[in-house]
Design a protein around this ligand. Sequence first.
Ligand SMILES: Cc1ncc(COP(=O)(O)O)c(C=O)c1O
Length: 404
Amino acid sequence: MNWTLAARAEKMNPSVIREILKVTEKPGIISFAGGLPSPKTFPVAEFRAACEKVLTEDGPASLQYAASEGYGPLREMVAAGLPWKVSPSQVLITTGSQQGLDLIAKILIDQGSRILVETPTYLGALQAFTPMEPRAVAVASDDEGLRADDFQAKAGQGAERARFAYLLPNFQNPTGRTMSEARRAAVVAVAQETGVPLVEDNPYGDLWFDQPPPAPLTARNREGGVYLGSFSKVLAPGLRLGFMVAPPGLYPKLLQAKQAADLHSPSFNQRMVAQVMQDGFLGRHVPTIRALYKSQRDHMLAALEREMPEGVQWNKPVGGMFLWVRLPQGVDAVALLPRAVERNVAFVPGAAFYADTPETHTMRLSFVTASHSQIDTGIAALAQTIREAIAALDTQRQAAPVQL
Ligand SMILES: Cc1ncc(COP(=O)(O)O)c(C=O)c1O
């Protein structure tokens, strides 16, 4: 049978990077490549107890079809936990925040619609948006995220006005960077002046190390923003539960898209999460994740400091799971990966995260899942691979004929 694929399916090609990353599944490899939370943080005992309780007290309903908006008590808890006034009626429980991105793509993007993204940005968002065939425009970004001046310049007008700007203000995936208070204010001012809605994705916001990040963009831009949150990084990603907070004007369309996608997110999982969270559990649990991830970050920073050759730079994220490494210009991280894998260490080449021209001398390292001794061994192996690549580049440059 010759299947004729829709144009949007043709756009769903697996990324080259994902293919390359398959080699990182080799046994014994020390992987800084994954985007997984540390399984040490999963509250298994609490879920065991919650499972028993939900089935005993609410068994049939927890196994029945349910409302597309989500489980009422969970929507109330989500609304109450946000740092600005949100009505539970604005909360839509989603099947992971990844589904939120998919729903946004479906209701806001036409073929050729202009959308704005950070440089670099979350690969999974690009994958969710791409099938709707937008024109994704990369807005210049610096250590604080999206630059307000370039946002203004690229906002567009009339039919060309961007449908939305997609932003990750806290401990961004992939760079780990965080938007300052001043930058948030400037970005919201541009959004309000130009009329470009903001889609704010915040799965890592609770995972701060020393102090909480500034208030979300949506808290200052309630009518002009959609906010996405997730239970994946504070409880467990296998639950596949997240949420959106949408203004009343947009909510019904998101709900219709949600109904078409999966009717509703799992009733049983929603009740379990509500049960686990009921007595303020997150207030006790999340600080343990912060402490673990902070010690992991510190260990990786110390290893980088000790091992990396001159010319390699990295940032010091103040929360989340990732840090961002810049290699000397000309050292291509995609070409480096197979050589690193030969030494049993893996990372994600930064090129995966760009909507347009990638910076090929960058890489993302996750610091949360490897043990301290794996971090020591893995960073030493990575540094050795980089040292060799720099030496090879120097030899190449010396051998190249001088251009007059
Ligand atoms: C920035 C960002 N948004 C969304 C997601 C999706 O998370 P989930 O669907 O598990 O809530 C991730 C997952 O890693 C992420 O890094």
